[in-house]
Design a binder for this molecule. Structure first.
Ligand code: FES
Length: 105
């Protein structure tokens, strides 16, 4: 059963941007793509770098350390050196709040 946790109002993440949050000790990045919200682990799968330091372009966010890019919808890397995906989390909107299930994959 998903256990959704309210994170932030939908208005705090503008279209085309992403913001970091810590939910239940888990660093999570939430991106707004045309009013649809996606959540991934805020940690590069290559080494220990926060993806929220990078730039979101379309549905890709880049890692500032070695340049890998990840799709925020799927968590999949599209550029080396990272080869492993990062975790993705279920997102829902309830009462104009973004809610995440931090236990979901
Ligand atoms: S730490 Fe992200 S590409 Fe190396």
């Amino acid at each position: 059963m998903p256990k959704f946790t309210p994170v932030t109002p939908v208005t705090t993440i503008k279209n085309g941007t992403a913001k970091p949050f810590t939910i239940n000790g888990q660093d999570i990045l939430i991106a707004n793509l045309d009013g649809e919200f996606f959540a991934i682990e805020d940690r590069c799968s290559h080494e220990d770098s926060r993806l929220s330091l990078g730039c979101l372009k379309g549905d890709l966010i880049d890692c500032t350390l070695h340049g890998s890019r990840f799709n925020v919808k799927t968590g999949l890397p599209v550029e080396e050196p990272a080869v492993d995906p990062v975790r993705t989390f279920k997102v829902r909107i309830k009462n104009d709040m973004i809610e995440i299930d931090p236990g979901s994959l």
